[in-house]
Design a protein around this ligand. Structure first.
Ligand SMILES: Nc1ncnc2c1ncn2[C@@H]1O[C@H](COP(=O)(O)OP(=O)(O)OP(=O)(O)O)[C@@H](O)[C@H]1O
Ligand SMILES: [Mg+2]
Length: 422
């Protein structure tokens, strides 16, 4: 049986020879020189087999697998690596096995607030209702948009993303609606806009709070009746796309301040999903740490077992203004800096290290005392007090503070007889 095969590799020689072998075996084969091109091909054609290099210039192998699985869950994906290490391949295998490969499974979290988000995503994904995702930076808004598309009946059609803040206002209209040749200086050829490209699929309007008022008016019209005119054209076109919008600003407030059209706000705000900041769901921190540790350790070919107590304390105490994105970066940095198999507090960025207060100064081994099992507690107390006093050079106030008791108690415990005389 002949299969459709896609080969993704940035090294031309390798790509060509793999393609030759595959085609000699009687299969039809296409090639791509990077992940973006490969995934674009995969979105268009149902390949049965994808052969991809692990190290590509634009995306790493794990991400390619993840996205390819999203696009074509039925395709077989084979990863090969010029770095040819079997331990790496084993780790990848393990990681992929552990990895939840459903769109919802990619959103890690067990807190009630994340579960509530997942329930809404599951419930509204099959519909064409417009969704507005609100939440601070790095909380997973784009991840939710991906899941909404992947769980919708439009999953085989494109998910087109527009970052409204990244495109200058003057170009945004042409980007969204397309333009004719010569519509403006530099418009050398006719070009489809994002609405046209998202036809039948989903259009993700990211950072929608940054749109200026004139373009808000045009957008409203298209959202209302699905029609638009490319720049420089008299034709009216139609696009059937599902709209998902995201913002990290408070749109309701922007409406009050006259910066955002109220009618557009209501048009977008049909289903609202609010992404909770990480500091409001500390239960998710250990899970996310585990997830990103596995991810970054595999990516960097490192064997790291976990975090020590000092690192965990700091990671739990920190308030994560950059949310999950910041956490992922902190773990990646720690994985790279770790010298042993555990991540210690020294591997964390300064701001996080400080979150749990100063690290206790470890006592040298010579100052550790061993107490035989069964020693009466009174004697244990006396021994610890005596040794602590030796450690502080006889300074009772310092010893008392180390032991968390008052100086008076030291006197009393050390020599009960004296205390009675006192
Ligand atoms: N719950 C989560 N589970 C796993 N990964 C997550 C989660 N939330 C966010 N991430 C990861 O954190 C990074 C940031 O997420 P995303 O881009 O979706 O955030 P965002 O809310 O769109 O941020 P911004 O407002 O800055 O664009 C991504 O790499 C994403 O995969
Ligand atoms: Mg985003």
């Amino acid at each position: 049986m002949s299969a459709r095969v896609l080969v993704i590799d940035d090294e031309e020689a390798l790509r060509v020879s793999v393609a030759k072998i595959v085609s000699r075996l009687g299969h039809s084969v296409d090639t791509a020189g990077n992940a973006t091109e490969g995934l674009a091909r995969l979105a268009k054609q149902p390949y049965e087999l994808v052969l991809t290099d692990f190290r590509l210039p634009d995306l790493d192998g794990l991400e390619v697998i993840e996205r390819a699985r999203q696009l074509r869950p039925e395709a077989e994906i084979v990863l090969f690596t010029g770095f040819g290490s079997i331990p790496l391949a084993r780790r990848l295998r393990q990681q992929l096995d552990d990895r939840p490969d459903t769109p919802l499974g990619r959103i890690i979290g067990q807190s009630e607030s994340i579960r509530a988000v997942l329930r809404v995503v599951e419930q509204v994904a099959p519909s064409t209702a417009t969704v507005l995702i609100e939440g601070p930076s790095g909380t997973g808004k784009e991840l939710v948009a991906d899941a909404l598309h992947a769980l919708s009946p439009r999953r085989d059609r494109p998910l087109v993303k527009v970052n409204c803040s990244a495109i200058p206002e003057t170009l945004l209209e042409a980007e969204l609606f397309g333009h004719e040749k010569g519509a403006f200086t530099g418009a050398l050829a006719r070009k489809d806009g994002r609405f046209a490209r998202a036809d039948g699929g989903t259009l993700f309007l990211d950072e929608i709070g940054t749109l200026g008022l004139p373009i808000q008016a045009k957008l409203l019209r298209t959202l209302q009746d699905g029609t638009f005119e490319p720049l420089g054209s008299t034709r009216t076109l139609q696009s059937d796309c599902r709209i998902i919008a995201a913002t990290n600003t408070d749109l309701g407030q922007a409406v009050k301040e006259g910066l955002f059209r109220e009618d557009l706000y209501y048009r977008l705000n049909v289903i609202r999903i609010a992404m909770p900041p990480l500091k409001e769901r500390p239960d998710d921190i250990p899970l996310l740490l585990g997830h990103f540790l596995a991810h970054h350790a595999a990516r960097n070919s490192r064997s790291i077992d976990g975090f020590d107590a000092g690192a965990l304390n700091a990671l739990r105490a920190y308030d994560w203004p950059g949310n999950v994105r910041e956490l992922s970066h902190a773990v990646e940095r720690a994985v790279v800096l770790a010298t042993g198999r555990t991540i210690t507090r020294e591997c964390l960025p300064e701001a996080i290290r400080q979150a749990a207060g100063p690290e206790p100064v470890p006592l040298p081994d010579s100052q550790i005392i061993a107490v035989p099992v069964g020693t009466p507690l009174d004697d244990v107390e006396k021994l610890v007090i005596a040794e602590t006093l030796r450690h502080t050079g006889g300074n009772k106030a310092q010893a008392a503070s180390l032991l968390g008791i008052s100086a008076r108690t030291i006197y009393r415990k050390q020599a009960p007889g004296d205390a009675e005389i006192e």
